[in-house]
Design a protein around this ligand. Sequence first.
Ligand code: TXE
Length: 481
Amino acid sequence: MQKILNYINGQLIEPVSKSYLGNPDPSTGEVYSLCPDSDAADVESAVAAAKAAFNQWSNTPSEKRTRIMTRIAELIESNLDTFAKAETIDQGKPLWLSKNGEIPRAVSNMRFFGTAIEHFASEAHPMGDHAINYTLRTPIGVVGCISPWNLPLYLFTWKIAPAIAAGNCVVAKPSEVTPMTAFLLSEICIEAGLPAGVLNIVHGLGVKVGSAITAHPEIKAISFTGGTKTGEEIARIAAPMFKKLSLELGGKNPNIIFADCDFEKMLDETVRSSFLNQGEICLCGSRIFIERPLYEKFKIAFINKVKAELIVGDPLDAATKTGAIVSKIHFEKVLSYIELAKQEGGNVLCGGNAVKPEGRCNKGWFIEPTVIEGLSYNCRTNQEEIFGPVVTLTPFDTEEEVLMMANSTQYGLASTIWTENLTRAHRMAAQIKAGIIWINCWLLRDLRTPFGGVKSSGVGREGGWEALRFFTEAKNVCIKL
Ligand code: TXE
């Protein structure tokens, strides 16, 4: 049984406790590797290593930081198949998605921030002929990065890359549900010559390791992606310690479809935005609002396409479009929401059941892509994050009505709008309470753009200069001339 190890002070080492958590393959339901069950003692060692490395790393010229980070990107890229298969076995997503989405994005994250640091500058503010101000942006020191299980390496590198590029040293915890690719990354970091202590990965449970990172007095900033409830818990601990906080939390994203849209483009993209990665992406459009004249045509075409294309099966099989749900707990959570939807009066148009594929995956955790209509916009099914292959359909008659319904949840992460009337698109985009709006597209990403949500979807923004500014402190120096 493969043992995953912590990566502390440049070494791959066992947890102090020597205890491990079973790490199941969601496609088979069987434990296939062991994840360190680390605790505060391991976090302490990681903080000590990060502190010891900080002075040298923060004074390393940016072109050297760039060289090491782009080398890490190259090594992930040259080991793409290994990383992709590991991600699929660990998380349950189809292999083609790991190969074409997950791992290439991790490569981009390392390369993007590894090179961005060479262009990161700060401003000066002259005061006529009597004074000048300049702004120093310096690394914070030791920072914490805590990431979730839905896009494991993608979101892990999305955090650690800007942190180390900006000159910080990191204590990071990937999800205990999907630890494997972060472990493979630590081997790559050693090979790429990342100095010991710059990145430290402590595997284990959120309540033990995650909370120890959050509470550690020498970790001065926390970048977190995960559930809103966990975000609240992290903020409760970190806020009184005046730590910088970046919280990317849940979503319940509206997908608003007007009758004048480009129907075929919308249909293709809406199947993707509803069910990609088994719907386990915080940006998925789980509430679909359709202008009434288009409702019946859309419903028939959408259901037919979902049934025809979204084959549920072995994630290692090239024909599979919908893989396994990441864990037994999450599998049961998603099924419980399908039951809730029925109790709330929903009509299941397709899916709604667990699936037992033939062969090696017969004991895995699989759910059919599920489409439900007939629910009120403010029932629990339409208000709470399900985070699985479940979407609801709701007709609307006016812009005012659909805006009210779209903005009615506690979340405000992303929204999609389909219309050929761009005046209307801009008008709607301005009024939807969310951090990210896609018009006639979905998940089209430019890493320079600010990424994050409002309300219970989080605090702060990641991406581009936003991320580098989060991981640095600004100091204004004013000189009398
Ligand atoms: O996330 P958690 P989970 C949503 C989704 C899901 C729910 C919970 O609805 O059902 O969140 O998912 C660590 N202090 N999203 O349980 O618990 C944990 O070990 C510090 C949306 O996976 O938030 C893991 O590394 N850390 C999200 C990370 O936090 C703690 C993607 C996320 O785990 C901790 C995933 C604590 N007290 C789930 N408790 C998105 N926005 O994309 C846990 N952790």
